[in-house]
Each structure stands twice: as structure tokens, then as C-alpha cells.
Design a protein around this ligand. Structure first.
Ligand code: SF4
Ligand code: SF4
Length: 289
């Protein structure tokens, strides 16, 4: 699972609600404490950056996500090699890209190379100095290390796809014929962030006790876009599949800045019917790679 669940849990309580007669008491349940997230891979750290753009850097700020994010330090671990399904190098990353972390470890033969990428990382090392040994300490805040392995076939850049021109393309319905709307692709994705909010009664806690929770949801699900009165503006599988890809590469960058795919390959590996994001990019790009 992606590291997003640390900051944006699959289910979380937003408020405790108590109703007594006409009196309604709402109590916000903001997260407390500090977090050290250890072993984050570069694609997941980028996923957190992508989520920051929507939850923290755009108004209104999400106080639940922001509280966890503020209290957390990301200590990453570089990948030795690319997994067969991942394509991070085509999405502007690399297996040793620590730019989105505070600190990153690179495993060496007899220890670790420790790279610092933020002031938070620097402060952490001051509080927890490295023991003398084979570990090496380098400051990479100015010049992040980028190694591009040449052993992966390139995937077309999302910029090579004329997304608006493809909006009415029958391709979406054809591709979606096999989509089960299971939402696994979104739940496993480090950048998907859609959610639903609902109130639930807590009969075991006594009369008048409720909680407001939010839980992950996804545009791949049939009910996601259903609105009051029962109307659903995206009733077809193809419309929902199109939305997933347009969101990643067109809507999200327009609204928040970064593209919402890090090339981690999880959705490719987990989709039960083999819908492959790299295949979609290849099919839709105007330039062959
Ligand atoms: S490869 Fe799939 S799971 Fe990974 S970031 Fe891109 S869309 Fe999400
Ligand atoms: S994982 Fe595959 S089948 Fe499930 S919703 Fe995503 S694209 Fe459709």
C-alpha cells in the first residue's frame, strides 16, 4: 500500500457528535503526536508531494492531513533497481531521487549513504547524530542526485497526449469494457485522494452519540458521482475510466500543479483485468516512443 495512508487514512474520524435534545455538540478530532515515516520509496514520497498540492497548498487546507504532514519526517530508502511494473523514470523521477523526502538512505555494501534534502532532515540529524562508521553524509539540498537507469522502455510523456481532443474518443468505452469498477487502482495509488464523508451512529457508546468519518472513495466507482435526486453524470464505465486518466494528467495539473502519477506501477500490478496506464499513454500519445 502507498504511504499516503499514513497522512490520509483509509477511514478516519473527523468529529465526535453528541446530540442531547436540541443541543448538538461537535468535537473535532485532530490527529496528535509526531510521526517518523521510515523506508519511503521515491515514488511514494512524490505521491505525498502531489497530495500536499491539494490538501495543504490549496485553500481550503485540510486540517487533518496538514496536522499529520506537519508533524512528520520522511526518511526514504532508495530503490536498488526498478521493479518490472514501474516506470518512474518516464514520470520525471528515478529510483534514487530523494527530492521529496527529508532524508534518504542509499544502501551500500557496508552501511548507508545518508542524504539530506530539507531543513527538517538536517535538524533530525542534529538531534540524532550518525554514529561513526562507514555511513557517509552528503548535503543534497542544492543538487539532488538523479540517476536514470537505461534499462526500461520509455513510456510516452502525458504531455504527448492531446487530452481534450481525446475526450469523446470511443477508445474509453472500448478500454472500459473490461473494467470492473473495483477501485483497487485508486486505493493503491499514492496520489488518488477522493473520499466520502458520512455520519454513523455509535449505539454502543450510548444514546445520541455519533461520529463523522471519511473514507477513501474513487471516481472508478459507479456511485461516486451520484448526486441528490439520483442523477449520475458519469453512468458509463468509459466515462469513469476517462476521468481517472484525465484527472491524473489533465485536471489535477491544471488545478493543483503536479501530475498525479509517479510511475509506481501499482495499478498495473493490481488491476484484475490488466488495464495498464502505460498502455493507455502509448495508445493515446500522438508521438510514438
Ligand atoms: S502508476 Fe498507477 S498507482 Fe502508480 S502513481 Fe501512477 S496511476 Fe497511481
Ligand atoms: S483496478 Fe482495473 S478493473 Fe478495477 S477499477 Fe481500476 S481499472 Fe477498473
Amino acid at each position: 500500500m502507498p504511504v499516503k495512508e499514513v497522512f490520509f487514512p483509509p477511514t478516519e474520524r473527523l468529529m465526535a457528535i453528541e446530540i442531547a435534545g436540541q443541543q448538538v455538540d461537535l468535537q473535532e478530532t485532530l490527529p496528535q503526536g509526531r510521526l517518523v515515516v521510515f523506508g519511503v520509496r521515491p515514488c511514494d514520497a512524490r505521491g505525498v508531494k502531489v497530495l500536499d498540492a491539494a490538501f495543504v497548498e490549496t485553500s481550503p487546507v485540510d486540517p487533518y492531513y496538514a496536522a499529520r504532514r506537519k508533524s512528520a519526517i520522511l526518511i526514504g530508502l532508495a530503490c536498488h533497481q526498478m521493479h518490472p511494473g514501474c516506470f518512474c523514470t518516464s514520470m520525471g523521477l528515478s529510483p534514487v531521487d530523494g527530492r521529496d523526502m527529508d532524508l534518504m538512505l542509499v544502501e551500500l555494501e557496508r552501511g548507508y549513504l545518508v542524504q539530506v534534502f530539507s531543513d527538517k532532515g538536517e535538524e533530525f540529524l542534529e538531534l540524532h547524530p550518525l554514529v561513526p562508521g562507514p555511513a557517509v553524509y552528503l548535503d543534497h539540498r542544492e543538487e539532488p542526485a538523479l540517476i536514470q537507469p537505461a534499462n526500461k522502455p520509455a513510456v510516452p510523456s502525458p504531455a504527448a497526449v492531446p487530452w481534450l481532443k481525446r475526450f469523446e474518443d470511443p477508445y474509453w468505452e472500448e478500454m472500459a469494457e473490461r473494467c470492473l469498477s473495483c477501485r483497487v487502482c485508486a486505493y493503491a495509488c499514492p496520489t488518488c485522494r477522493c473520499f466520502a464523508v458520512r455520519d454513523e451512529a455509535l449505539p454502543a457508546s450510548g444514546p445520541g452519540k455519533y461520529e463523522r468519518i471519511r473514507c477513501w472513495d474513487s471516481c472508478a466507482g459507479e456511485n461516486y458521482r451520484r448526486i441528490a435526486g439520483g442523477h449520475n453524470p458519469r453512468p458509463q464505465n468509459g466515462q469513469r475510466l476517462r476521468n481517472r486518466f484525465m484527472c491524473k494528467f489533465y485536471y489535477y495539473p491544471q488545478q493543483y500543479g503536479p501530475q498525479a502519477c509517479t510511475g509506481c506501477g501499482r495499478c498495473i500490478e493490481l488491476c484484475p483485468v490488466n488495464i495498464d496506464i502505460t498502455e493507455v499513454l502509448r495508445d493515446l500519445a500522438e508521438v510514438e516512443v
